[in-house]
Design a protein around this ligand. Structure first.
Ligand SMILES: [Zn+2]
Length: 488
């Protein structure tokens, strides 16, 4: 007869029974539906996303989960989509229209035509801004590459500028950008709040180099030279402020989307909630030749079907009389690809108190491997586990060693990593609210955000192992005596 020590690993054999019910076959069955062409890339607010929501909620219903939003599985997420309307800049008596010699990017709203002085801030570094007063003015910045506009833009708005115009001496880059933004902004930019009239924070105008010449009645050579001059010489001051008029008008429409939530009530600690999330939206259809549907099998079909499968085995455990002590909320969220909108909305309008939400285990891309792990044994990137709760991190490490024994790669677990993964999926909205989180991720691969992110490329054995790892972690968090708490 085997001697057992009371309490120690008492849950382990039970957990194992349910962990084993997470199978590659189930995951494949669900993913073949969710990531099929019929779902049209599940773009937020579009038909494919709605079909996916219907599929997920039906699955939750079949499992016997409770619909927690006033008797519904859907939490409506009201959004706005904005496309460029009448947008222009007037310099002297020349009216420059959007997508011509100027192109606008942002969700500002000038509330009609505005007029203001305009100053040159060179390369838009801090020391450049120190030379000129920009409050209530428009500023012109020179960049080497358009992707470098973020920092000057931020500085300009911090210092009270009204709007920002950015030019690049290479006119070809400007023309390319116009084409890109024409496609991108005509699709509509989604936001949680309606763009309301304001003189500030009005996005950015990219302008052709000759527009900068016209504004200051100068030459490109002189502007470039002044931008390079030692800042002590205050060369930027020598440009007499010009003036311009502009208008930013967006056509805004309401769009409806939804988070899908399934609730499983706990037993003696049912007031506390363990949250498992994945985003079920993706980026929809492209306009390229050939295959146009971005199936999003990995991103984030893989996380979505993991949530469906983990929900299934928890529901089964409850039917068998061994349901979790804490309550479980399985939530697939919308609008992630548009800026973490669904989870942002949830944390602003939580269905269960955030103070009682113990953890968010967020699964976003777990069905494949990246080039760095081409021949690696089963692995997963683990991000954020130690950021808010040492207790959570230790538990996550221990449970993995006792169960799935995946290699935990912490490469991206660094707030200063250039890829900024810690801020790039839905867990971030919970972390912001001091709720401990773990983000499970497989890495960046060549099919990221492409139509080739398809079911045929998924490694279902690996996906099942990762889903099991999340399951065992959730099981432990839901059943242990002590609640996981943030360090402070
Ligand atoms: Zn994505």
């Amino acid at each position: 007869m085997l001697i057992t020590i009371a309490g120690l690993h008492a849950q382990a054999p039970v957990a194992k029974k349910y962990g084993d019910m997470i199978t590659p076959a189930d995951l494949k069955e669900y993913l073949s539906i969710i990531a099929s062409d019929a779902f049209e890339g599940r773009e937020t607010g579009k038909r494919g996303q709605k079909i996916a929501a219907a599929f997920i909620s039906t699955h939750f219903q079949e499992l016997g989960l409770i619909p927690p939003v006033n008797g519904n599985f859907y939490q409506p997420v009201p959004l706005y989509t904005s496309i460029p309307g009448d947008i222009y800049v007037i310099v002297g008596n020349a009216k420059l229209n959007n997508f011509g010699d100027v192109v606008y990017y942002g969700t500002g709203n000038s509330g009609g035509e505005l007029s203001c002085p305009v100053v040159f801030v060179g390369k838009g570094r801090k020391e450049d801004f120190d030379q000129v007063t920009v409050t209530g003015k428009a500023v012109v910045v020179e960049v080497e590459s358009f992707s470098g506009f973020h920092e000057p833009l931020e500085l300009a708005y911090q210092r009270g500028a009204n709007t920002v115009l950015v030019f690049n001496p290479d006119v070809n880059q400007f023309h390319e950008l116009v084409e890109q933004l024409k496609t991108y902004t005509s699709e509509g930019t989604l936001s949680l709040t309606k763009p309301s009239p304001s003189t500030q924070h009005s996005g950015v105008f990219f302008i052709a180099p000759m527009v900068a010449e016209k504004i200051f009645n100068s030459t490109l050579e002189k502007l470039k030279k002044a931008a390079l001059e030692d800042t002590k010489k205050s060369a930027l001051k020598k440009f007499k402020p010009g003036s311009l008029r502009y208008q930013i008008n967006l056509e805004t429409k309401a769009v409806n989307s939804e988070n899908v939530l399934g609730y499983l009530e706990g037993t003696d600690k049912k007031d506390e909630l363990v949250l498992v999330t994945a985003h079920y939206d993706h980026i929809g259809k492209g306009k390229n030749e050939g295959d146009q549907i971005n199936n999003g099998a990995d991103d984030d079909g893989s996380g979505t079907v993991s949530v469906l499968e983990i929900a299934k085995v928890f529901a089964q455990a409850k039917k068998d009389g061994v349901g979790p002590r804490r309550s479980m909320l399985f939530m697939t969220v919308t609008g992630e690809e548009k800026g973490l909108l669904g989870s942002d909305y949830y944390t602003q309008h939580p269905i269960f108190p955030l103070a009682k939400t113990v953890v968010d285990l967020n699964i976003d891309m777990v069905g494949r491997r990246d080039p760095q792990h081409k021949d690696s044994p089963p692995y997963v990137y683990v991000i954020g586990s130690d950021k808010l709760s040492t207790d959570l991190h230790n538990l996550s490490e221990r449970i993995n060693k006792e169960s799935t024994n995946l290699i935990f790669d912490y490469t991206y677990n660094d707030q200063n990593h250039p890829d900024r993964l810690y801020y790039r999926s839905d867990h971030w909205n919970f972390a912001k609210n001091n709720i401990p989180i773990i983000f499970y991720f497989d890495g960046i691969h060549e099919d990221y955000h492409k139509p080739s992110d398809e079911v045929s490329k998924i490694e279902f054995d690996l996906l099942a192992k990762r889903a099991q790892c999340v399951f065992y972690t959730a099981w432990e968090i839901a059943n242990r005596d002590q609640r996981i708490l943030p360090d402070k």
